[in-house]
Design a protein around this ligand. Structure first.
Ligand SMILES: [Zn+2]
Length: 584
């Protein structure tokens, strides 16, 4: 079995004639699309031609970007790939300006519904067209758009780049050695308690060096977000973000209400873990990720494949077959190597009904879980096969549905046959993660809300930011965390606060986690009859608002009861964990 992925279905290499031809074609395709837009064709014909051109352009960009980006993902030092990727990004800017112009054009069509009704070509993509018409109301006016985009380069984007530079050059003095921040933060998972504590203390002390410029980055990026929201005609940054996510306030509030209700249970878990590790009054921040129990067994990739096929095949044989095929056809780049990025991801090549998965497999059970997660994304892509490209864009909160579903399914199956000891370790690692996606995410949401609101009045000082962070942790972790051992600098270490153009990059995580779990609960209730509904749900993720997509499988995301049901599953795990803790 070959354990690197195969990209040859895209191109044989950068010298491949097909690659060079596509690259040459790209700017022409953009010019042609602009020419259609500027022509005086009748509206319906113009719209049909524009959408055809858009489909072709999207697929073309997908091929080129995938090939350059995926080559770089396993070979960061590949200068040729880097050059082509830079070149593509410049051309893509022209495409996005034409994109804005098309949105304005669709926004100006008053009888859009009549035109859709009259066109067989446009009917299947009606959702995308209606959404364009709506978003035209929130496009920056054409006269100032180029200037605002320019200012952004020296504003939010520049601060975002500065943040990355500060972060990547930041060092921490750990036991007399100067180490990069990720290395020291990674020690939170160390088996040795004194390493975890020393690493935490060294990390907190290190932020003094960068706190001032970091605070300027954060204040400026959030100020720009306020300005952008206003320029686009939104009442608030949150409204703009929800709109980008096709989500409504009622849904967000229902989810947050339910999470808040279950905070006491999360705190119970944290206190039980604290007691297990020998702490009297809540968990010190540095032990949030402490491993508990015995390290579980190590797996080869062949064994991992067997586990996945056996356990996921119980959902549907088609899933097992799909996964087997992914291994067989080399969709997966399995092992870590020099020049390959960390973590894991899945990228879709829609046109070819294929996905590419990058992992850094080292043989732990959590690595198998990662494979299940990424293969879930791939299954989601499979369910969308054949759709027009403009209906394949899944909003962030729904994008983790299939991946979380797979992770939950795998854990559910494996727990059934695990020994008490294995159960303890598996449960704890699952609770550790869900505590992050619910409790920590809520603290980030509260913190970001405060920063954005306060920014209307003034830029927050370092002390104000630290204070706001501690209050957000207090409101969420509560007595689950030890009183004086928290993390006042979480705003300086999480990159999520600093992408200009992407705000509240937190609640979609909680949504994804709880929605995936809720869908799984629905499957447990309905059994095999749920499988086709599930696949249809995934297929429709880019063809409706979040509430509409969820309603298609009978889920009401605006009702806190849906979220409570997902959290009940977590609560049951917490109960079991606390019982096992007492026995240990
Ligand atoms: Zn994912």
């Amino acid at each position: 079995m070959k354990n690197t992925w195969d990209l040859s279905f895209l191109y044989k290499g950068f010298e491949d004639e097909a690659f060079q031809a596509d690259l040459a074609r790209l700017p022409e395709a953009i010019v042609e699309q602009k020419a259609i837009l500027d022509s005086d064709l009748p509206v319906q014909e113009k719209l049909e031609k524009l959408m055809d051109a858009d489909e072709a352009l999207s697929l073309l960009m997908d091929r080129l970007f995938n090939f350059a980006g995926l080559t770089l993902a396993t070979d960061a030092g590949n200068g040729t790939a880097q050059q082509y990727e830079d070149k593509l990004s410049v051309i893509a800017n022209d495409a996005s300006l034409v994109g804005s112009a098309i949105t304005r054009f669709v926004g100006s069509i008053e009888n859009l519904e009549e035109i859709i009704a009259a066109s067989e070509k446009l009917q299947p993509i009606a959702f995308a067209l209606r959404e364009m018409k709506q978003s035209a109301a929130h496009v920056i006016p054409a006269e100032i758009e180029p200037w605002m985009l320019q200012m952004r380069l020296s504003g939010g984007s520049a601060f975002s780049q500065l943040r990355d530079k500060l972060d990547s050059t930041h060092t921490v003095d750990f036991r007399g050695e100067s180490l990069p921040l990720p290395a020291v933060r990674g020690m939170a998972y160390d088996g040795d308690a004194s390493v975890r504590k020393d690493a935490y203390e060294a990390e907190i002390a290190s932020y003094k060096k960068i706190e001032l410029p970091m605070s300027y980055c954060l204040n400026s990026i959030k100020m720009e977000a306020r300005t952008m929201a206003k320029a686009k005609g939104y009442d608030s940054v949150l409204d703009m973000t929800l709109d980008q996510n096709r989500m409504d306030r009622e849904t967000l509030e229902a989810m947050i209400t339910a999470i808040k209700e279950y905070l006491p249970h999360f705190r119970r878990y944290l206190r039980a873990k604290a007691a297990y590790l020998g702490h009297e009054d809540g968990l010190p921040f540095y032990d949030l990720f402490a491993p508990v129990g015995k390290a579980s067994k190590a797996y080869t990739i062949e064994e991992a494949r067997e586990v996945l096929l056996r356990e996921m095949g119980k959902f549907t044989p088609a899933m097992a077959q799909f996964m087997d095929n992914a291994f067989e056809q080399r969709w997966i780049d399995v092992y870590p190597k020099e020049g390959k990025g960390g973590g894991a991801f899945c990228a879709g090549a829609h046109e070819y009904d294929r996905s590419l998965i990058l992992t850094n497999f080292q043989g732990s059970f959590s690595d198998i879980s990662t494979l299940a997660h990424e293969l879930g994304h791939a299954w989601h892509n499979r369910c969308m096969a054949g759709l027009p490209y403009c209906l394949t864009g899944t909003p962030m909160p729904l994008a983790e549905t299939a991946s979380i579903f797979n992770e939950t399914m795998l854990a559910h199956q494996v727990l059934k046959n695990a020994s008490a000891e294995e159960q303890f370790t598996l449960l704890e690692s699952s609770l550790m993660e869900v505590t992050q996606t619910c409790v920590d995410i809520l603290s980030r949401y509260l913190f970001e809300t405060e920063v954005i609101d306060t920014r209307a009045d003034h830029a927050m000082t370092v002390d104000e930011l630290k204070d706001a962070m501690l209050r957000a942790q207090d409101a969420t972790y509560g007595d689950g965390l030890a009183k004086d051992v928290r993390h006042p600098y979480m705003w300086a270490c999480k990159s999520h606060y600093y992408s200009s153009g992407l705000n509240f990059y937190n609640f979609p995580y909680a949504f994804g986690e709880l929605f995936g779990k809720g869908v799984f609960a629905q499957y447990l209730k309905e059994g095999d009859a749920f499988v086709p509904k599930y696949n249809q749900l995934l297929r429709s993720c880019g063809s409706g608002t979040i509430a509409e997509v969820a309603a298609s499988v009978g889920i009401d995301v605006r009702n806190p009861d849906f979220w409570r049901a997902s959290l009940e599953v977590v609560k049951a795990e917490i109960d079991t964990f606390c019982q096992l803790c007492e026995k240990q």
